[in-house]
Design a protein around this ligand. Structure first.
Ligand code: ATP
Ligand code: MG
Length: 724
């Protein structure tokens, strides 16, 4: 048998790992040392050489993208179809298990996944129902509490209130939340993992079946598994399973979400005789980038300690740019991107990383103005866009009338005369009778509501029933197409003139394309629609509408884990933003931020830019900050400081309202008017300057307004205010 394709291009340590005997193994190694490569080749080795059936293998990746990549690589290495292999994220695999065994898991067959947003809305409604003050019982905190408990594997009855009344209340809210979810057949992300664990734990036959089936368990990014994920793995492995896990303690960045790097030690105790393999050669980055990353992470105390080296080229220095403000920073990034593209490089080979999601807006505006296609990975999520969620809510109602969060979302969208009072009455009835909103609506429409309100509710319910009848049996894409039209959503957004409405209509139509290209898993028993809805819920956060287009990649440092790019920008490197304010005073928090910085730096293969701004407006506040301490941790010899070449417009202060930093633009004068400047118009609202022409009384500007789209205005009459 020719195993060249599997073993070629591996170094000795990697080969040792790939061909290791069938025993538990832990590969622990730094960034870019080929851990993911080893995992993929291990899978191929097991199938091809050890004769393991592809179905006897379970592989956990950190993102859906990585799962797809692994499937692709196994497919090319082995030339076998891999569609039905159990390769996916923990959430994806847990979901698959629950779909197969919904009965044993105590779920309805058509259970729906709710995302963080739906979850929050549900909690808000719960608080309202209970007439609890949401300033004292903050929905986000309750959400946090519930998810943290689930991540630890705890149900309400397992949690000790520690004699604390507030905690008791939280537990009771968790209990009520759970009841609502159970009634509506709703499953949140943390619940997926928890249920998947419980269904195995409580069903001996099922557990035995899966233990027999999955002899080999492969796990990437093992350092970021949380308690319930680890428990699930252990359960599946039992005493005969052979886990093969790869990870890097220096890249553990999800402690705040329950991940426990301690699992690396625990693993060696739980699986005695574990073979530990270290990989030390980095193949990704230039020596400059790697040395810089090593120097930064060396400031952390709690490390296993590794020696990562490369025989790659020294490469260019890391370029540090100090911007005046976030706009200047964006201009700089965009200038460099332009050069990069002009040199014939692929846009997708450049990534712009930032610490906080909100930082993307300014960068996005700049990219739009510069007409550079970009994609926000894990941020602006196609399946999370409001209009898409509206359409999905209709589809979900077709599948399950008792889905309360969908009912609430679309009962009056587009507006159909069902006011807040009517909805409140529906809620009250549902509460009193412990039934779903749909049932409640049906019950009160015939008794308690006045004529007009009753008609509106009946019309809504009839519409849903009719859509269900008329779309049943259609192909998925036709079903989606009918629903976006019949629901009135398309007309509703068409009425919203301007770019936003147009984009929304385009997005809805894109959903039809998404449905068309959706390939269901033939092995699943559920309807194609249900499967599509689950796919939408799981993809949110990763899937993008236009993933195939060559475009610049924008993402948070967290979502960049495991990925690599020839050119990387790390933006917003300021104390307070990165490291984040909350973690500065807390040594372990600071270490986690430093690991995140290490992840960021090690994404770069050849070129790395680090930028920071003296002044930054974020979340509506102006901050003046020092450059991140992490920049100072990079030895000088690897750094080249770039000074701004031209004076950029500093934000102007108005005489009238200095704090708000707004000022009138004198007609015809140059001040404040530059491309990309944000302005405000009395009637059209906020927008961005796209173009300037002419002088004096003839000076005119093209503004892209958020609400109404692009307009040309004469400066003398426009009375624009600049907004910084
Ligand atoms: P991370 O910690 O960031 O997840 P990793 O350890 O998983 O990184 P990989 O992504 O598997 O590393 O590999 C990093 C890069 O090095 C990839 O481009 C990979 O193809 C390449 N690479 C890995 N091993 C070798 C090798 N033996 N020879 C040549 N290139 C290699
Ligand atoms: Mg990796």
């Amino acid at each position: 048998m020719d195993v060249t394709p599997i073993l070629d291009n591996l170094n000795d340590a990697q080969r040792q790992a790939v061909t290791a005997p069938a025993e538990p193994a832990l590969v622990i190694a730094g960034a870019g040392s080929g851990k993911t490569r080893v995992l993929v080749h291990r899978a191929a080795w097991l199938i091809d050489v050890e004769g393991v059936s592809p179905h006897g293998l379970l592989a956990v990746t950190f993102t859906n993208k990585a799962a797809a990549e692994m499937r692709g690589r196994i497919e090319t290495l082995l030339n076998v179809p891999v569609q039905h292999l159990w390769i996916g994220t923990f959430h994806g695999l847990a979901h698959r298990m629950l779909r197969r065994h919904w009965r044993e898991a105590g779920l309805p067959q058509n259970f729906q996944i709710i995302d963080a947003d739906d979850q929050l809305r549900l909690l808000k409604r719960l608080l309202k129902n209970l007439e609890m003050d949401d300033s004292r019982w903050v929905p986000k905190e309750i959400q946090w509490f519930i998810n943290a408990q689930k991540d630890e594997g705890l149900r309400p009855q397992h949690i000790d209130d520690e004699g604390d009344a507030d905690r008791r209340q939280m537990i009771s809210l968790y209990q009520s939340y759970e009841e609502i979810c159970q009634r509506g057949g709703l499953v949140d992300f943390a619940e997926l993992l928890l249920r998947a664990h419980e269904v195995l734990r409580d069903n001996a036959e099922l557990l035995a079946h899966y233990r027999r089936r999955f002899e080999h368990l492969l796990v990437d990014e093992f350092q970021d598994t949380n308690a319930i994920q680890y428990a699930w793995l252990r359960l599946l492995a039992g005493s005969d399973g052979i886990p093969f896990v790869v990870g890097d303690d220096d890249q553990s960045i999800y402690r705040w979400r329950g991940a426990r790097v301690e699992h690396i030690h625990r693993f060696q105790k739980d699986f005695p005789g574990t073979l530990v393999i270290k990989l030390e050669q980095n193949y990704r980055s230039t020596s400059t980038i790697l040395n810089a990353a090593n120097a930064v992470i060396a400031n952390n105390n709690s490390r296993l300690g590794k020696n990562l080296w490369t025989d790659g080229v020294q490469g260019e220095p890391i370029k540090v740019y100090s911007a005046y403000n976030e706009r200047d920073e964006a201009d700089f990034v965009i200038g460099r991107l332009r050069d990069w593209i002009a040199q014939g490089n692929a846009r997708a080979d450049a990534a712009v990383l930032y610490r906080s999601n909100a930082q993307s807006r300014v960068l996005e505006e700049g990219l739009i103005n510069a007409r550079i296609p970009y994609r926000v990975y894990g941020g602006l999520r196609f399946f999370e866009r409001a209009e898409i969620k509206d359409a999905l809510a209709y589809l979900r109602l077709l599948s399950n009338r008792d889905d309360d969060s969908s009912f609430e979302r679309v009962v009056n969208k587009p507006t159909r005369g069902i006011g807040a009072r009517t909805v409140e009455m529906v809620r009250a009835y549902a509460r009193a009778n412990a039934c779903s909103l749909w049932r409640a609506a049906g019950a009160i429409a015939s008794n308690d509501l006045n004529g007009r309100a009753a008609n509106a509710v009946v019309a809504f319910m009839t519409l849903i029933e009719r859509m269900d009848r008329e779309t049943r049996g259609l192909d998925l894409q036709d079903q989606v197409d009918h629903v976006i039209h019949m629901s009135g959503l398309i007309d509703f957004f068409k009425k919203d003139k301007g770019e936003k409405g147009e984009t929304r209509v385009e997005n809805l139509l894109e959903l039809v394309s998404a449905a068309k290209s959706f390939e269901p898993d033939a092995a699943e028993e559920m309807s194609k629609l249900d499967e599509f809805l689950s796919h939408a819920a799981l993809e949110a956060g990763e899937g993008q509408a236009d993933a195939w287009e060559d475009c610049v990649q924008l993402m948070t440092m967290h979502s960049a884990k495991g990925l690599e790019f020839p050119m990387v920008f790390m933006c917003g490197m300021e104390d307070g933003l990165f490291p984040h304010q909350r973690s500065i005073a807390d040594p372990s928090g600071l270490e986690e931020e430093r690991r995140l910085c290490y992840v960021g730096i090690t994404r770069a293969k050849q070129t790395l830019y680090v930028t920071h701004a003296e002044q930054r407006r974020l979340h509506g506040m102006d901050n003046f900050s020092q450059p991140s301490r992490f920049i100072a941790e990079i030895p000088e010899e690897y750094v080249e400081e770039i000074r701004p070449r031209v004076q950029v417009t500093r934000p102007m202060r108005s005489q009238r309202s200095p704090q708000r930093q707004r000022s009138s633009v004198a007609p015809g004068s140059e001040i404040g008017i530059r491309l990309g400047q944000r302005v405000r118009h009395k009637k059209f609202g906020d927008g961005v300057i796209l173009n300037c022409e002419g002088q004096g009384a003839h000076a005119r500007v093209e503004v892209n307004f958020e609400s109404t789209g692009t307009k040309w205005l004469v400066l003398t009459y426009a009375n624009l205010e600049t907004v910084s």
